[in-house]
Design a protein around this ligand. Structure first.
Ligand code: SAM
Length: 288
């Protein structure tokens, strides 16, 4: 997952091991089969079948997701922000080509339109083939697919036109580097309506609290976002096994209280619920 820490090819025929060199650690998954390998116009794409985690997607040597644990990340990228907006109607996802976040967003009846802006069409095509359960809402008439650079797309979006903007990106290198820049956050701020919310995948609280997450929050504040909440959750196949997303609010969050949220959540989830919504906001001492 983390391109700051170059990974290796599988060390034997049986395991995929991603090494995080600067942290002196790694994550390994036992493989049963190679399903697909290609070099797209943007990145290397590998898909494996694993013994215990279902199918595995790897981009440029970084683990992106497995069938077994992706629900935690995708639910946390979508639901806390959607439930803290009073009427999220116009949504855009930048990146997110596996379509898992899109599927979660579409569970919300208030959402009238979601545009997914993915730079690499091959990621989406291959996920439709190898991760069909993530793509099961792709034919929802509210979903629109645009294949191109998310930075240019946001810059070209009319001011005050989106309720929610989700940045479901790879790590801050290559085509995703600009998705972590202050210029991009400013373009997101302008594209959001008053009361709009920007959600960013914000890497590992254990490894990146004092680097990527701190830097991100300073930049978001400088762009005018009123406040930012970093939510923490487990993610077994990402570096440290612990991940985060950061929601930035153009004005103070107005969403549901716990009871209202329980009533509003009319659909099934496997991780997210009203208690997780609040518990995930708690910050450990080393992050304060
Ligand atoms: N859940 C994942 C994670 O945190 O590892 C993210 C997965 S999703 C597949 C990330 C997607 O962002 C990739 O498919 C990649 O092609 C896309 N991406 C990277 N840079 C982009 C850009 N500038 N514009 C649009 N999409 C981009």
């Amino acid at each position: 997952m983390n391109k700051n820490h170059p990974s290796t090819e599988p060390q034997s025929n049986d395991w995929y091991t991603e090494r995080f060199i600067s942290e002196g650690s790694s994550i390994g998954l036992q493989l049963t089969q190679t399903l697909h390998k290609e070099q797209s116009a943007f990145q290397s794409i590998e898909i494996y079948e694993t013994s215990h985690f279902g199918n595995l997607l790897v981009l440029d040597g970084c683990i992106m997701l497995t069938e077994k644990d992706n629900f935690i990340y995708h639910e946390m990228m979508a639901h806390p922000a959607l439930f803290s907006h009073p009427s999220p109607s116009q949504v855009a996802i930048i990146g997110g080509g596996d379509c898992g976040t899109l599927k979660e967003v579409l569970k919300h009846k208030d959402v009238e339109k979601v545009v997914q802006v993915e730079i690499d069409q091959r990621v989406t095509e291959l996920c439709q083939r190898f991760f069909p359960q993530l793509c099961e809402s792709n034919n929802d008439p509210r979903a629109e697919f645009y294949f191109g650079d998310g930075i240019q797309w946001v810059e070209g979006t009319p001011n005050n036109s989106l309720d929610l903007l989700i940045i479901d990106s790879t790590d801050p290198v290559g085509p995703a580097e600009g998705l972590f820049s202050q210029g991009f956050y400013q373009a997101c701020f302008e594209a959001l309506k008053p009361g709009g919310v920007l959600v960013l995948q914000s890497e590992s609280p254990f490894y990146h609290s004092h680097t990527i997450i701190k830097d991100m929050k300073l930049k978001l504040k400088a762009c005018g976002f009123e406040n930012s909440i970093t939510r923490l959750f487990p993610q077994p196949v990402y570096p440290s096994g612990w991940w985060s997303c950061t929601a930035s609010y153009k004005s103070a969050p107005q969403g549901s209280n716990e009871h209202a949220m329980k009533r509003a959540k009319t659909f099934a989830t496997d991780y997210y619920n009203a208690e997780i919504h609040f518990a995930s906001q708690a910050q450990p001492e080393f992050m304060r």
